[in-house]
Write a protein that binds this ligand. Structure first.
Ligand SMILES: [Zn+2]
Length: 298
């Protein structure tokens, strides 16, 4: 890269981050997972989930840190982990070891299905000096003074933890208790539901009036596999984004991207899929949202 090009890119990146806009980037990864970079209007940086880690791939080392470096970001104001599954927290260890991280947020979940592997991440964050916050319904997270970030689910008591284990798998229990975030920037609302299944989505639908559900951007719950039709209709976003692979052998829905497109396009929503579009960047100026993708898509 020529020096001039490099300087121009550096300037463009800096100008972008410093002009009071919210920039959200869904990182495309070669493995199944979710990792979202949130650059706030005030210049802070948060991660919502950190992708997978399974050698030879580490989302923290191979995707997230290089992306942050290219944008001149040398520390994280926070990492929020939606739920303790490896495709969401895998990259966190690398980030905690290689960047200063001020805050570490999860739901505090420690019931059935909770693992020692995840507990090590939660503890390591604190050993590395991050402030630990266990956030549940009703809590607000301090991402930036210009953003309102509310936790809509799970409730403090968690969903379905007393349900007969024969009726809900550990996997489903962890997904449904995902940290379900509603972010507001001016007039724009963005949802980050993690892998919340129907129970988590229905809970949010029941507890919130219609005007709080209408959204500009929806991160498709559970990578696009499980968006409740009522959640899609109630949010009716301009953009729906799935972080997923193009194809899942043996799955009931081999391509969540196709499923999501069928669900959202009749609503007038534009669908983006990391496997098709590469990195997906959403910018909010508080009034409108715009999207920019690395590739043209399918
Ligand atoms: Zn997942």
């Amino acid at each position: 890269m020529k020096l001039f090009t490099f300087l121009w890119l550096l300037f463009a990146t800096w100008a972008q981050a410093a002009d009071g806009k919210l920039i959200i980037t869904y990182l495309n990864m070669p493995k199944h997972g979710l990792a979202v970079v949130v650059q706030t209007p005030g210049g802070r940086t948060w991660m919502i989930d950190t992708g997978p880690q399974s050698e030879p791939y580490d989302a923290g080392r191979d995707t997230i840190e290089p992306f942050l470096k290219a944008r001149g970001i040398t520390q994280l104001d926070g990492i929020a982990i939606s739920h303790p599954h490896g495709d969401h927290y895998g990259g966190a260890m690398w980030l905690l070891d290689h960047l200063p991280v001020k805050t570490f947020v999860d739901t505090g979940y420690s019931a059935r299905g909770f693992t020692l592997a995840y507990n090590r991440v939660r503890q390591h964050a604190q050993e590395r000096g991050a402030i630990y916050i266990a956030a549940t319904e009703g809590d607000k997270l301090d991402f930036d003074p210009d953003l309102t970030v509310e936790v809509l689910s799970p409730p403090k008591t968690m969903h379905n933890v007393d349900t007969d284990p024969a009726k809900i798998t550990e996997h489903g229990l962890l997904n449904t208790n995902s940290l379900f975030l509603r972010m507001q920037h001016g007039q724009n609302v963005l949802f980050f539901p993690g892998d919340a299944y129907g129970t988590g989505q229905r809970y949010v639908l029941e507890k919130n009036p219609a005007e709080r559900l209408k959204a500009a951007v929806v991160t498709a719950p559970h990578h696009g596999f499980n968006t409740h039709p009522e959640f899609a209709a109630a949010t009716n976003p301009k953009y729906a984004i799935a972080s997923c692979l193009d194809f899942y052998a043996g799955s009931e829905v081999p391509s969540p991207g196709e499923k999501l497109t069928k669900q959202f396009e009749p609503l007038g929503t534009q669908v983006f899929v990391t496997a098709w579009h590469g990195n997906i960047e959403i910018t909010s100026d508080g009034k409108d949202v715009t999207a920019k993708t690395e590739r043209k898509g399918k």
